[in-house]
Design a protein around this ligand. Structure first.
Ligand code: PHE
Length: 346
């Protein structure tokens, strides 16, 4: 009565052409939707014109047709969904080439000078020091004159100083910050000045034309050598994590009076003598002294009311000592493998 077979074949043909889940849905609407072929079959048949027997046959045929149609459509839908998924995965796989060599994700490392500087800043900040910086390109005044270094002093010699056009220089030491800071902040003052310095020198394992110093300056009432020693011992104790023996020898620097060389007992041999300390048991570490009255005056500070101490530590040298770095030229080599050896403990 109903062309069940032909409708089903028609449906199968339509489904065979439907490539995507969306196209299957269109086929479903075409057959089972409100105005679909199969739906209309039920609606447009005049049941009253049928006898009871025919009516029953028609009804069960129609139901069977619907059931089979739904089954076919559901199967097609599941199939197209699966295929769509497989296509998407294949596309993703094509983009993700597992045979490509991996990217080397290297962790950054800090330069040993940076590590030492960070450590020093933390230690001095703990003692109430400001951390200040000044220009690397300096005037002769702040680098020399204001520090009581007369024009004929050998430090100004062409062999030590990089001279720039217009009478400017590359600062030869962080002491150039002293008078700048006094002018700006006056007394009392407690500050450190880490920074890069330059000297016109031939390079070898222990000489660089570019190196780092850390200047310290304390100006207050009644500052004495005892204060200087106490601060130096506190500093070295922190850096080397144990009590460090120090000694002072006289040293000459025009901007301090008296001036000293502060030696540290060799941390490698505990003073017994080794190649690092050239078998003397001591390592020359920090030039220092009491601030010369002329320097205080240059900074606008009254030397009758205030006194102070200053020190100029070689940060590069300290880093060499602390990490056992044998050649100063490694610092500016730009070789990342050098930096990567120093663990960052923040
Ligand atoms: N500026 C001196 C130098 O570079 C070091 C120094 C600093 C000495 C402070 C005494 C006081 O050699």
């Amino acid at each position: 009565m109903i062309g069940v077979e032909s409708i089903l074949r028609e449906l199968e043909a339509a489904l065979a052409e439907a490539q995507t889940p969306e196209q299957v849905e269109l086929v479903r609407v075409r057959f089972l939707g409100r105005k679909g072929t199969i739906t209309l079959l039920g609606k447009e048949t005049d049941f009253r014109s049928l006898g009871p027997e025919e009516r029953r046959t028609f009804g069960s045929q129609l139901n069977e047709l619907k059931r089979q149609a739904e089954e076919l459509i559901a199967a097609a839908l599941a199939d197209r969904r699966q295929r769509a998924q497989a296509r998407a995965e294949a596309e993703a796989r094509a983009k993700l080439d597992l045979t490509l060599p991996g990217k080397d994700r290297r962790l950054g490392a800090l330069h040993p000078i940076t590590l030492v500087q960070m450590e020093m800043e933390a230690i001095f900040e703990g003692m109430g020091f400001m951390v200040l910086t000044g220009p690397e390109v300096e005037t002769e005044y702040y680098n020399f004159d204001a520090l009581n270094i007369p024009p004929d002093h050998p430090a100004r010699d062409m062999q030590d100083t990089f001279w720039l056009e217009g009478g400017l220089i590359l600062r030869t030491h962080t002491s150039a910050n002293q008078v700048r800071a006094l002018e700006r902040y006056g007394a009392p003052l407690r500050a450190i000045f880490p920074g890069r310095c330059f000297r016109y020198e031939a390079m070898d394992a222990s000489h660089e034309n570019t190196f780092y110093q850390l200047e310290g300056l304390v100006v207050d009432r009644d500052i004495s050598v005892a204060n200087l020693i106490a601060v130096m011992k506190a500093l070295l104790g922190e850096v080397f994590q144990r009590e460090v023996k120090v000694r002072l020898r006289p040293g000459f620097f025009p901007f301090v009076e008296p001036g000293f060389e502060l030696d540290q007992q060799c941390p490698f041999c505990q003073g017994n003598g080794c190649s690092v300390c050239k078998h003397s048991g001591w390592i020359e570490l920090i030039p220092c002294g009491l601030v010369h009255p002329k320097v205080l005056e240059a900074g606008g500070v009254d030397p009758h009311k205030f006194s102070g101490f200053a020190f100029g530590m070689g940060m590069t040298r300290l880093a060499m000592l602390k990490f056992g770095i044998p050649d100063i030229r490694l610092f500016n080599s730009g070789d990342l493998r050098f930096c990567e050896q120093f663990p960052v403990v923040l």
